[in-house]
Ligand binder design. Sequence first.
Ligand code: HEC
Length: 128
Amino acid sequence: MRRESQGAVAAGLALALSMLCGCGGSVERQAAAMTGGEPGRGKGLVRKYGCESCHTIPGVSGADGTIGPPLDGIAKRAYLAGRLPNEPQNMIRWIRDPQAIEPGSAMPEMGVGEQDGRDIAAFLYTLR
Ligand code: HEC
């Protein structure tokens, strides 16, 4: 099994477990378990990659872009970009390479690495 798919299985398991016992603790801890990322680091990376130029993102100063949809409550949305079930591995895939999923989307591929993608996804899953 490739490492990436093992990670996806682990993230899925963590999600299933956290939903089953409902005991995950803080929102941050749950988001970290779902993605294998650090929400606090992801918040900083959102600025580094310039996501705020297109998205309005709560808690990120200056993030008032209107080109893409606002990301408040993204943790609760059923679909990402209207087509991908909102699961951790899909969120990470979308952040890393939206063009592979939706060629021609206004959201560009920004060269987000594997760990950065996990950290950003972890931060986004704190936005409920
Ligand atoms: C140049 C503008 C632009 C930039 C920069 C950008 N996005 Fe987007 N983003 C979009 C657009 C447009 C969509 C809607 C795509 C669609 O629905 O087809 C989108 C969709 C999304 C979605 C799905 C939202 C939903 O409600 O379904 C997420 C999550 C997201 N972007 C996160 C990010 C993150 C994280 C970054 C930075 C790493 C980023 N975006 C950078 C334009 C951008």
